[in-house]
Design a protein around this ligand. Structure first.
Ligand code: SAM
Length: 262
């Protein structure tokens, strides 16, 4: 049993080379430059589809922190009748290039607009009511890690918490069980949010979280009750936060129970 687990982690830890469809010469991008974790991106897409895109009213404005290669939103747009606009902000030029290519390929240019700069510098002008993100949540003492743009601060929750302070009415965030989730949920409540819905998936430690420096740091966080996982998996939750309104059911207690269960 142990051997099988080790093999699974090893396989996931192999540095993948990424063939990208869409550009004329079928370019390859390093996973240290363009985020690559299909299991996680697919789960983010499912959460988007169920909790945001199929519930949005017509012509709603959505802002996205960290577009990556654009696959999660593109896939969600292709499966729903969302009629608004999504503005995606992404630091990596390569990721924007891939995303823009795919958006054009699927003829979604009027629905998904990519901005190649920092989210925190660009979002204010949009006045959007929805904020969506699979944010950087890798905890580490500093950002000298495989992909520095995935650094989520010392406890992994710094950017997540910052996004919960932006002031959007509705926020969909991926929250990792090894990135101080309890304090993040408490922070959301302090900012006036309720947890109105959530979905949870088990994930194996992959390329980014298996980097020895990161893995050792996550072990330390566990001793401080800031990381929850088993030898096989950790939980990733897609959480829909909404500014409190009277009578709204708040699922934060249930979410904490699930995300800290391992
Ligand atoms: C975990 S990845 C998610 C990518 C994609 N949404 C997905 O789920 O496949 C987080 C992304 O946020 C980007 N990012 C980090 N800091 C950023 C910032 N300040 N503004 C915009 N994007 C940022 C990273 O480059 C990375 O592509």
């Amino acid at each position: 049993m142990k051997k099988a687990v080790l093999n699974a982690v090893k396989l996931n830890s192999l540095k993948p080379s990424l063939p990208r469809i869409g550009s004329p010469e079928l370019k390859s991008y390093s996973p240290d430059d363009v985020f690559f974790c299909p299991e996680e991106s697919q789960f983010y897409s499912q959460c988007l589809e169920k909790m945001v895109l199929s519930r949005c009213e017509a012509f709603e404005q959505v802002i996205e922190f960290g577009t990556g290669d654009g696959t999660p939103v593109i896939s969600g747009l292709l499966k729903t009748r969302f009629a608004g606009t999504i503005h995606g902000y992404e630091l990596s030029h390569s990721a924007c290039e891939v995303a823009q290519n795919r958006i054009e390929q699927y003829q979604l240019t009027d629905k998904y607009k990519i901005h190649n700069h920092c989210f925190f510098e660009g979002y204010k002008a949009t006045g959007a009511d929805y904020l969506i993100a699979n944010p950087p949540y890798i905890p580490a003492p500093d950002n000298s890690i495989y992909m520095p743009a995935l650094h989520g601060g010392v406890d992994g929750a710094t950017i997540t918490n910052k996004l919960l302070s932006v002031g959007c009415q509705t926020v969909l965030l991926m929250i990792s069980a090894y990135s101080n989730p309890v304090e993040t949920i408490q922070h959301a409540i302090d900012e006036g949010y309720s947890v109105v819905d959530f979905m949870v998936t088990p994930l194996q430690f992959g390329y980014y979280s298996s980097e020895p420096k990161v893995r050792d740091w996550i072990t330390k966080l566990r001793e401080e009750n800031k990381a929850f996982y088993s030898s096989n998996i950790y939980f990733l939750a897609g959480v829909l936060f909404q500014h409190k309104s009277a009578g709204e059911t708040d699922l934060s207690t249930e979410l904490i129970k699930v995300i800290t269960a391992l």
